[in-house]
Write a protein that binds this ligand. Structure first.
Ligand SMILES: [Zn+2]
Length: 280
């Protein structure tokens, strides 16, 4: 499932193909993904120029010159493919159409943006630029933005009786964090994922905030190098090699102390952690 760094990598990969260019044709091949597409989506996209691409949490927002913004969410399995244009050093020819190519945007340059989503948990919607989409309205601050700091996090964790792992996954507290980067951040901050959120000290919260930024920024950097060195077949954006310290490494040695990384289930999701380093 794509998390914030993967979505940011997709946004950066789409930018050269979309920003400043007119969508000359929009093919919308089904009425819905997770939710119905907005009425007349193909007609509302056709002929529109993309003014810029932003990201909010795990949503990509394409501002159009008609006062509307296209919202894109990759869901669980959504993939964005760019073809017919150079991405980094590599030129990807148009792929053979696939079964799950639900939306295909053809740009005036000949570039093609394909949204493929086998499981259909993704979403696309159109909203008035500048208005808050219902999916975005309740989101907390961006973890890489200035509004996310130790004071904010302390205020939101105060008195909270849920584990810190679950609190950091709560999108109202901080937007865009998912299971992978929460596990990585808690390991780096040497915090037990089971600790109750309200029990964290000021010093622990002050340690956690920069570490959250670091794990995300390092992953975005890894995504950026994957864009520059772009060899994946078919021009698929957003999935890149990135090494994790604990995530997905049950039984492997903790890079800090050598103890085997453990796995447990919290709120139905796997938590990977080091029982030695994260015992407080
Ligand atoms: Zn350890």
């Amino acid at each position: 499932m794509p998390e914030l760094p993967e979505v940011e990598t997709v946004r950066r990969g789409l930018e050269p193909a979309m920003t400043g260019h007119v969508i000359t044709h929009a093919a919308v091949n089904r009425p819905d993904l997770r939710w119905p597409f907005p009425p007349d989506m193909a007609a509302r996209l056709t002929g529109a120029r993309v003014l810029g691409l932003r990201r909010r949490s795990k949503y990509i927002l394409a501002d159009l010159d008609r006062g509307e913004t296209l919202l894109i969410h990759l869901g669980m399995s959504g993939r964005m493919l760019v073809s017919g244009v150079k991405v980094g050093e590599f030129h990807h020819p148009h792929p053979v159409p696939e079964k799950h190519d639900h939306v295909v945007l053809t740009m005036e340059t000949g570039a093609r943006i394909t949204f493929n989503d086998a499981r259909r948990f993704g979403a696309m919607d159109l909203m008035t630029t500048g208005e808050d989409h219902p999916l975005l309205a309740a989101l907390g601050p961006e973890p890489l933005g200035n509004a996310f700091d130790a004071d904010h996090l302390a205020a939101r964790l105060r008195g909270r009786g849920t584990p810190i792992k679950s609190a950091l996954l709560d999108q109202r507290i901080v937007a865009g964090l998912g299971n992978i980067y929460v596990c990585e951040a808690l390991h780096r901050a040497r915090l037990d994922p089971r600790r109750l959120a309200g029990s964290l000290t000021e010093a622990e919260i002050a340690r956690l905030v920069p570490v959250i930024r670091d794990v995300l920024e390092e992953a975005i950097t890894a995504g950026g190098s994957s864009l520059r060195d772009y060899r994946q077949a078919g021009g698929e954006l957003g999935y890149f090699q990135h090494s994790f310290r604990v995530y997905g490494r049950e039984g492997a040695p903790c890079p800090e102390c050598g103890a085997p990384v453990a796995r447990m289930v919290q709120s139905g999701r796997s938590t990977f952690f080091c029982p030695d380093c994260q015992s407080a």
